[in-house]
Design a protein around this ligand. Structure first.
Ligand SMILES: [Zn+2]
Length: 295
């Protein structure tokens, strides 16, 4: 899913918000963790899941965030594409031993960078992406198969076309309005032993500053720079809460590792470089990658 614009500043009390119970345990028993950009991020007292509540509904998100255009694409190509390609090559290395059907499905395939890298390695790669501008660009530029719309809209056709080795979501899972329902759908699309692989912001960074250095960083910078995006992220996952979701939906306990983009993304912006160095020096979580196999 292409992530782009900041929400319009006028939308301080947006209409498209929906209250939900905890996605894992179903309880309506959460404490306010903090507010960001007018949105409330809460933590379930029963199971510890962190989520935005009330959360933005899909239509609002599309209008405000995902309906991207040429200006955003040009900036993404210039600023973030080189780093993303490096990341995708690493992630594809991890998928390599899993090839059987040779099919990979990316949810939220954006401008097609991952699909194009996967295709270059011989994968039969398919993307689903909500933004028509993005799917159009991906098809024209990289000749990749990118379907416009939601997974629900394409689910039956994808299922009938045969099982996938992997379903991947790169900084997309946290946007999904029904995370368990989506995991069940991925499960249906996978071959036995196939995997769902996600990369998401690691919410442990928000909740557990342990050392004085981390506390200082947390107070002064982290809440400002960590990719929380409460205006469009619905769940804020930790390795533990994702593992519970995976196990509730028919997957084996996931294999999880940290992912700090700074390690592979040199930048000439000194402020950004300093932030990256602080993250690494203080060993703060930033993103994590999880791979869970279908049982
Ligand atoms: Zn809960």
């Amino acid at each position: 899913m292409t992530q782009a614009k900041a929400p319009p500043s006028r939308s301080k009390t947006p209409s498209g918000l929906k209250h939900t119970n905890c996605y894992i345990c179903g309880a309506d028993d959460a404490r306010l963790a903090f507010k960001k950009r007018g949105r409330k991020v809460v933590q379930c007292r029963r199971c510890g899941l962190i989520y935005t509540n009330p959360h933005p509904v899909n239509e609002t998100l599309f209008d405000e965030v995902y309906d991207v255009g040429e200006k955003y694409r040009a900036k993404t190509d210039r600023v973030t594409k080189p780093g993303r390609l490096l990341t995708y090559r690493r992630l594809l290395d991890e998928l390599e031993p899993l090839r059987e059907t040779n099919r990979v499905l990316e949810i939220g395939s954006g401008f097609g960078y991952f699909l194009s890298e996967a295709q270059a390695r011989g994968w039969q790669a398919t993307g689903v992406e909500i933004s028509p501008f993005s799917t159009d660009y991906a098809k024209r530029t990289y000749g990749v198969e990118s379907l416009t719309g939601t997974l629900e809209e394409h689910f039956e056709a994808l299922k009938n076309s045969g099982p996938f080795d992997a379903v991947t979501l790169w900084n997309v899972f946290e946007h999904l309005p029904d995370p368990l329902g989506s995991l069940r759908q991925f499960h249906e699309l996978l071959r036995p032993g196939g995997v769902v692989m996600i990369k998401v912001p690691d919410a442990r960074a928000l909740m557990r500053p342990r050392t004085p250095g981390q506390r200082l960083w947390h107070r002064t910078y982290l809440r400002k720079y960590f990719p929380l995006h409460a205006h469009m992220h619905i769940v804020h996952l930790t390795p533990d809460t994702f593992a519970r979701m995976a196990q509730m939906t028919g997957f084996a306990p996931p294999v999880i590792h940290d992912h700090i983009p700074a390690e592979e993304r040199p930048t000439r912006n000194w402020r950004q470089a300093l932030r990256h160095r602080m993250h690494i020096a203080l060993r703060l979580p930033y993103n994590f990658v999880a791979i869970a196999a279908k049982i």
